[in-house]
Design a protein around this ligand. Structure first.
Ligand SMILES: O=P(O)(O)OC[C@H]1O[C@H](OP(=O)(O)OP(=O)(O)O)[C@H](O)[C@@H]1O
Ligand SMILES: Nc1ncnc2[nH]cnc12
Length: 204
């Protein structure tokens, strides 16, 4: 698909076909959503889909996770007319911060940190990241936000894999993602070739 083109008929999730095939091999359902952000209509439709379940919800602030969650999260915040809080990978904030260690899909231990002078009880936060695989990153972000007394109003991300951590998020929080129901098993099954074939059909 032409990177900047928009199909005449926009099927649900049409923009997902813009996600580039990975360099990690066919056994990984790794797709890089960053290419869909290059197409303005794709980006706008992705943000709209992420926000649609939260139309009637009270949200005070959007928080996004370093690094790709910043792009999606800041766009969601602007669209909602709300501010944006950065949840950073360790070692970047030069202000009093709260830190939490976690493990993600790589199996490596990382740190997330958030400044301490924004969140407080009563603040309702929409938490945004690009993708949830094991859920380790998102769970750490949830714990940082709740640890400061604020409320996670919802979690929005391009995809939530049905891993133990992904299911925990779906069971415990309001959430949104962009994956049409018939594609979810292909994401979960890490069956990249069939997933790409299905994605291509969405944009024809
Ligand atoms: O559910 P998990 O197993 O924790 O994985 C999800 C995390 O992995 C990706 O980020 P990554 O660290 O690859 O980097 P980036 O956003 O900095 O590109 C993704 O954007 C999430 O933050
Ligand atoms: N499978 C995946 N595809 C894209 N981004 C990811 N981040 C973590 N896992 C991912």
């Amino acid at each position: 698909m032409d990177l900047l083109a928009v199909p005449a008929e926009k099927k649900k999730g049409w923009y997902l076909s813009l996600m580039a095939p990975n360099t990690k091999g066919p056994m990984f359902s790794w797709l890089d959503p960053s290419r869909l952000y290059c197409n303005s209509q794709a980006f706008a439709d992705c943000v709209e889909d992420l926000l649609s379940p939260f139309q009637k919800d009270s949200i005070d602030l959007v928080a996004g996770i370093d690094a790709m969650g910043f792009i999606l999260g800041a766009s969601v915040a602007t669209s909602l007319g709300k501010g944006f809080l950065t949840i950073r990978k360790g070692g970047h904030l030069c202000v009093p911060s709260q830190h939490l260690n976690y493990t993600d899909y790589t199996g490596k231990e990382n740190t997330l940190e958030v400044r301490q002078d924004v969140l407080k009880p009563g603040v309702r936060v929409l938490l945004v990241d690009q993708w949830i695989e094991t859920g380790g990153t998102m769970k750490a972000a949830v714990q940082l936000i709740e640890g400061q007394g604020a409320t996670v109003a919802g979690i929005a991300t391009v995809a939530i894999e049905n891993t133990e951590g992904g299911k925990w998020i779906k069971d415990n929080y309001r959430f949104s993602h962009c994956i049409p129901e018939e594609l979810q098993s292909h994401i979960d099954g890490k069956d990249l070739n069939s997933l790409i074939q299905k994605l291509q059909k969405l944009s024809n």
